[in-house]
Structure formats: structure tokens, C-alpha cells
Design a protein around this ligand. Structure first.
Ligand code: ASP
Length: 335
């Protein structure tokens, strides 16, 4: 069993996604998808069009724009499906005023259309992702639902990004949250997690700063968290935390270059002493304060006092290297 999550840049080209999934008929696969994102011809993500619907004074015109956007992802499908699909979108967007419901529709329509293409079961995210009434994600209840509904199922398509509380009210994971949806399903099923985007994998450095960075073939969860903290993007830090509960690997793959091996992220791996540096990342939003004081280390409470002052002032520490007689404390600029 594998969980495959396709991001917005992939879902803007659902026929390409369909080809990838259909090329592997043997593997049991749960497919999680984002709303269509930017593409060569589209400058606005479907989710942003839906967010604009909440602000616009001309709701009818915005609904037409949204319909045009979704029509493009079903343009090659049979006309009776297209008709049903577009009529449902028009009805939902006209009749409903709940912001979370409206914003979540990008994922709902995207997954519904993909399940039609693949002739595969569609499972609404409200059936498997459970939130408490105050909007807190309920991991335990969700894992139970995921296991009940999905364990043993060969194939299903599920929208990412949202779930619901017991009363059926929709709650969102936050922008980019479909990464979390896929991670939570993978962890609950102890499955491997493929995350399909538009890059070949995690690079050993930012190409704007490092010449010819390599695609890293293997990393650990911890290294990815370190890298993300140090300024590298790709996977939401939170989704790595969700994966901590499962046993599988993460494989980052490129929808537009599917034969590339990608980057595999594992819980642990053997350390290759001949390559002591794995990757470089950089941030420019940090400040460093260095304190020099001869004899600093002789005092048992010196560091404790510094940490205490920072704690009292609610300042988090990004990094804190020490030497015999000096300490450097790195903070976020805003702190
Ligand atoms: N569609 C949502 C967004 O644009 C969630 C996602 O793509 O993961 O943030």
C-alpha cells in the first residue's frame, strides 16, 4: 500500500497525473490531491480564486471565473459528467456562505474529477479527517476513521486540506495543508508516502546560491526538518511531524519527470563518513548575539541564567553554539 499526494502544480494537469497512476496497476494506492494550482496558462491557484469569492463585491462574476477554471480540468471528459460537475459547482458556490466550505471546494472538485478519470472510488475528506469543534485536529479519531475506511482498500481518491468536526462543520489544515492530509493517511496505514510536486527532489543547496546543487537521493526525517528550519522549502515541517507516527518512508517525486528517482526520506540511515556534509541551507532573517566573558565556563549557572532571561522574555532560540569563554545566541529578527 502506498499513499500518493499530488500537489497543485500536478493537479493543474490531471491527465498527466492519471497517466502516472495508471502506469502502476499492481500497487494498492490511496491518492490525495490538492486543488489545481498555477500552470503555464493559469496565474492564480484555484484556492486563491475561492478565497477571492469571500471578498468580492461581484459574486456572480467570480463564480463564473471559478467555473471557467474548473471547466479546464474536465475539458476532455464526457459531456454528461462535465454538465453534472459544473452544475454542482455553481450550486455549491451560489447557495453556501461558510468560508471553510467554500475554500475547501478546490480540493473537493479536483479529487472528484480525478476519481472519475481513474474510475476509482471517491472518499470525501470529511469522512476520514476529524477535527474537534474548536478546530483542533483530532489525530486519534482521524486515524481510527482512516483505518476503518481505507485499510484493505485497493484504490481511492481523497481531497486533501480539510476535514470536519462531529457536527459536519468543515475545518482546514492551513495553506499547503494537503501535504499534512497525505502524511496523516500514510502514518495511519503505516504506508510509504509519495509526494508528487514539480521538482526532482530535495537539492543539496539553493540553486540561486550554490552552483549545480545535486538532487539528494536519501535523507532522514530529522535532516529534512533541519533543512526546512535552515531555509529549504518543499515539505511542510508539520507534515514530517505527522509522519513520525507511522513506519513508512517518504518519496519525493516529480510529476513532470516521473522516471527520476526522487529523494527518499527515511526514519534513519547509515552514515557515510566520506560525505560529512549533506546539504547547505541559508536564512537571512536571523540575528546573532555573541557574549565573550573569560571564565564563563567556570560558572555553573552562567548558561542557565541566560536561558532564564530569554525564557522570561518569551524569546525562542534558533541556534546556540558555545566555546570555552563565549556563547553565540541566534534569534529570529522579529524577536
Ligand atoms: N489548495 C490549498 C492551498 O493552495 C492546499 C494545498 O494545496 O495543499 O494552500
Amino acid at each position: 500500500m502506498i499513499v500518493s499526494k499530488f500537489g497543485g502544480s500536478s493537479m493543474a494537469y490531471p491527465e498527466v497525473v492519471t497517466k502516472i497512476i495508471e502506469s502502476d496497476k499492481d500497487e494498492g494506492r490511496i491518492i490525495v490531491c490538492s486543488a489545481p494550482g498555477k500552470s503555464v496558462s493559469e496565474k492564480t491557484k484555484a484556492t486563491d480564486l475561492l478565497l477571492d469569492l469571500l471578498k468580492t463585491k461581484n459574486r456572480d462574476r467570480q463564480i463564473e471565473r471559478i467555473l471557467e477554471r474548473f471547466e479546464k480540468i474536465v475539458i476532455d471528459l464526457p459531456s454528461d459528467f462535465k454538465k453534472e460537475f459544473l452544475e454542482k459547482i455553481r450550486k455549491d458556490l451560489t447557495k453556501n456562505n461558510d468560508p471553510n466550505f467554500l475554500i475547501s471546494r478546490g480540493e473537493y472538485y479536483s479529487a472528484w474529477a480525478l476519481s472519475y478519470r481513474l474510475n476509482t472510488k471517491f472518499i470525501d475528506a470529511v469522512k476520514v479527517f476529524r477535527f474537534d469543534n474548536d478546530g483542533t485536529f483530532n489525530r486519534e479519531a482521524s486515524s481510527k476513521k482512516i483505518q476503518e475506511k481505507l485499510a484493505g482498500s485497493r484504490r481511492a481518491v481523497i481531497p486533501g486540506f480539510y476535514g470536519a468536526d462531529e457536527d459536519g462543520n468543515i475545518h482546514l489544515f492551513g495553506r499547503g495543508g494537503s501535504d499534512r492530509s497525505g502524511a496523516i493517511i500514510a502514518a495511519s496505514l503505516n504506508a510509504d508516502y509519495e509526494n508528487w510536486t514539480d521538482v526532482d527532489g530535495i537539492l543539496s543547496g539553493d540553486p540561486e546560491a550554490v552552483k549545480n546543487p545535486k538532487v539528494l537521493s536519501e535523507l532522514t526525517y530529522e535532516e529534512v526538518r533541519e533543512g526546512a528550519h535552515g531555509g529549504a522549502g518543499v515539505l511542510m515541517g508539520d507534515s514530517i511531524l505527522d509522519l513520525e507516527y507511522g513506519k513508512g518512508d517518504v518519496i519525493l517525486k516529480n510529476t513532470f519527470n516521473p522516471s527520476a528517482p526522487g529523494t527518499r526520506i527515511k526514519k534513519s540511515r547509515s552514515f557515510d563518513g566520506s560525505k560529512p556534509v549533506i546539504a547547505l541551507s541559508a536564512r537571512d532573517d536571523l540575528l546573532a548575539l555573541t557574549i565573550h566573558d573569560l571564565g564563563m565556563r567556570d560558572s555553573k549557572v552562567y548558561l542557565a541564567k541566560i536561558l532564564d532571561i530569554l525564557g522570561q522574555n518569551n524569546i525562542s532560540i534558533e541556534h546556540m553554539p558555545t566555546a570555552q569563554d563565549s556563547i553565540t545566541i541566534t534569534f529570529h529578527n522579529d524577536d
